[in-house]
Design a protein around this ligand. Sequence first.
Ligand code: KG4
Ligand code: ZN
Length: 342
Amino acid sequence: MSAVVLGIETSCDETGIGLVRIDEAGTATLLANEVASSVDEHARFGGVVPEVASRAHLQAMVPAVRRAMRTAGVRPRDVDAVAVTAGPGLTGALLVGVAAAKAYATAWDVPLYGVNHLAAHVAVDTLQHGPLPPALALLVSGGHSSLLDVPDLAGPVTPLGATIDDAAGEAFDKVARLLGLPFPGGPHIDRVAREGDGAAIAFPRGLTGPRDAPFDFSFSGLKTAVARHVEALERAGAPVPVADVAASFQEAVVDVLTAKAVRAARERGMDTLLLGGGVAANSRLRELAQERCDAAGLRLRVPRPGLCTDNGAMVAALGAHLLVNGAEPSPLELPADSGLPV
Ligand code: KG4
Ligand code: ZN
């Protein structure tokens, strides 16, 4: 016996539709992962415009579901459950996904699972690396930077810390803008930084003092420091060494992220560290996390970049785990909750 779950993700600017098959032993297989992004429509604003994102989800939704079902060779009567991101995220964007999920679940007469976006970023790794042991998760994206203690995918998750200002991806995007790189800036900083020296400029590391919260993050001071550095060079008429600035900024971010994640894993007695979210696609973050996990005797799990950024497969994966673990489905009154706690 196996079950097929449709996953719908619309918390930000990607309309993600995923189909996952799960067997009784809990082994999940990816059948389809369609992502329609409205990122190009937001680029000229330098950030995601909620109204534009909601409209784009409404247009993309049904065609994306059809494409995913065709790719997977799945018919409506083969689907055993529908899972959807209920939050956190942009309210209008979430509403489109939640409304669509309710419609499909009702039409096909299958259970509905409203899931947490952050927990879904963790669950997606099972599609690539199999069942997940208890793990410490570092989730870093344009909307969140969190450390989570995840004993079991189908059970409660304990948040240990989060950003107190900008998310890590937001810092990447803002610094990229300062350096004249396109939006979203993370992948451009990653690319440009390969030509630079990460030790060229000693940018500050936020919240690393003895009296600071050990598992919280702060990136707005770092962003300001980069802005001041660039402005001072421009005032002096000196050229901005874009590659060195990008590499030094990136080093400051990934240094703090990996140090705190490894410390959290050791303190909580976890053997596994898992990275997720769009910023987990960063090549230097992956490299330094591997180095520090090796030194600390931890196993590192990082999904491939296409599964790190927002997608529907992650939602389907979590829904599938809830289904095989006999979790209670959500009521059809399920609300969208922009601030849904993990
Ligand atoms: O998870 P995601 O697709 O959407 C949110 O939930 O926010 O993450 C998007 C974020 C953006 O800020 C983007 O710049 C960043 O992830 N990102 C990266 C890289 N690829 C995407 N940041 C650093 N290096 C990358 N290679
Ligand atoms: Zn995300």
